[in-house]
Structures are given as C-alpha cells and as structure tokens.
Design a protein around this ligand. Structure first.
Ligand code: ADP
Ligand code: MG
Length: 243
C-alpha cells in the first residue's frame, strides 16, 4: 500500500543555515510517529515541510503518493489532506468556538452553513466541548482552546494530522485532557506525526519514535528501543535531560 507520508532526502536551508540535512522518513497509514529532540534540531521545520508551510531546498515529500515537492502540484488540494495543530492555538479571538470550527470548512471546502455547523458540533463533541460552541476563546482554558484547535483541524477531514508540541504552552494540569483526545484519535486509526516532549505519551501511543538532532534523524525505532534502550550517545544525553 502507498505510505501516507514518504520523505526522501529532505533538505531545508535558510540562507547559509542548513536546518534539515537529508531526512528520510516513511509513515504508513494509521501509524503514530512521535518526533523528539532538542530545541533547534529542525522538528518544526520538518513538519512544516510536510504541509508546505516551508518550501524544501532539496529532496522529495509525498503524501498518499502525491509528490508535494513537484512543481505542478496543486498545493491547496494537497494541504487539505493534512491537518495541523500548533503550540499556540491560533483561534480567532473575535469568533465564537462554533465559528472558529466552521470558518475554514465554509471558505476552503465551500460547505453550506448548516452542514459545516453539524460537522463542527460533531467534532466539538469528539474533543469533549459540545457545550462550549457559543463561548469565545478567551472564556476557555488553554487546554480547552487547544481541543477546539484539534476539532477545527478534524472538521476538514484530514487524512493526516501534524501536531507541533501541542501541549507545550499549557499549564501542567491541562496537558492530560489534550493528550487524552490525541490518544483517542490514535486509537481510531488517524495517522499522526507528533512533535512532543511528553515521553509518557510517546512511549504508550507511538508506533515509532524518531530522535532528531542537528537536522538529521539520529535514531528511529519503536518506543521501547528509542526511549527504553537508546543506542546513540546523543539520544541518551537528550533523554537524561527530559526524563
Ligand atoms: P525545533 O522545532 O526542533 O526547535 P526548528 O525547526 O524550529 O527547530 O528550527 C531549526 C533551526 O532553524 C533553528 O536554528 C531556527 O532558528 C532556524 N529557523 C527556523 N525557522 C527559520 C526561519 N524562518 N528563518 C531562519 N531560520 C529559521
Ligand atoms: Mg519546534
């Protein structure tokens, strides 16, 4: 079967600064891959190359067999397959929760209002916030806002979800609810690429853990290997700091 994501020899530089130095990564359908590594190692840049928020300087990225890095690709169509959740939730503060979850459905997918609202409510229920549809973001906790951001991404029916440190901006007591939603998504078979420092989540949920350092993948394997019995000194040093 065609992998959900295939990354071959991916390079990204900003001027003279080489941030990604030849990344190869394959993600099969339904897999959850957690990406760990020190700050500045290129984790966010890697995710941003998968939905073309950044243009790679070399190599290829395929999503469901379609080459995103091909000059003739329909970028908007390709991006629609990929949902992204950021550390900062980026909700529109002047819009109610329901409208935050319908706006892209209506503008990008051209769904009629009634349908978009029905799908928004389904996804708000999925993240446990069906009763917050009429609230404004400022009336919600950070964890609730992040769950709205997840509902907003899911409402676009993505085939793949990218998470970039989704719990890093949250107070510790709010992290669990967001991770619970992500666990449920994983159990339902969503393909997920998750940059995280939550080693418990990575250990329990990930099919594979990828350790990045200095723009390369240093170690890639099942969590019990990469977290439990790392082979490389750089991985060991990183884990000693975060565990
Ligand atoms: P991580 O997510 O692992 O912390 P990033 O992918 O955000 O790492 O960043 C990797 C490196 O690329 C850092 O040195 C960062 O300063 C640099 N970088 C990221 N985005 C840009 C940009 N738009 N312009 C210049 N440098 C950037
Ligand atoms: Mg980052």
């Amino acid at each position: 079967m065609t992998p959900m994501v295939e990354i071959r020899g991916l390079h990204k530089a900003y001027g003279d600064l080489k941030v990604l130095k030849g990344i190869d990564l394959t993600v099969e359908r339904g897999q959850v891959i957690c990406i760990i590594g020190p700050s500045g190692s290129g984790k966010s840049t890697l995710l941003r190359c998968v939905n073309l928020l950044e243009t790679p300087t070399g190599g290829q990225v395929f999503v469901e067999g379609e080459e995103l890095t091909h000059p003739d690709v329909d970028i908007d169509a390709a991006r629609r397959k990929v949902g992204m959740v950021f550390q900062q939730f980026n909700l529109f503060p002047h819009l109610k929760v329901l409208d935050n979850v319908t706006i892209a459905q209506r503008r990008v997918l051209k769904r009629p209002k009634g349908e978009a609202e029905r799908i928004a409510r389904e996804n708000l229920a999925k993240v446990g916030l069906e009763d917050k549809a009429d609230s404004y973001p400022a009336q919600l906790s950070g964890g609730q806002q992040q769950r709205v951001a997840i509902a907003r991404a899911l409402a676009m029916n993505p085939d793949l979800m990218l998470f970039d440190e989704p719990t890093s901006a949250l107070d510790p007591e709010l992290v669990g609810d967001v991770l619970t939603v992500m666990r449920k998504l994983a159990q339902e078979g969503m393909t997920m690429l998750v940059v995280t420092h939550e080693m418990g989540f990575a250990r329990d949920v990930a099919d594979r853990v990828v350790f990045m350092d200095g723009g390369v993948i240093v170690e890639d394997g099942p969590p019990e290997q990469v977290i439990g019995a790392p082979r490389h000194e750089r991985t060991k040093t990183f884990l000693r700091r975060v565990l």
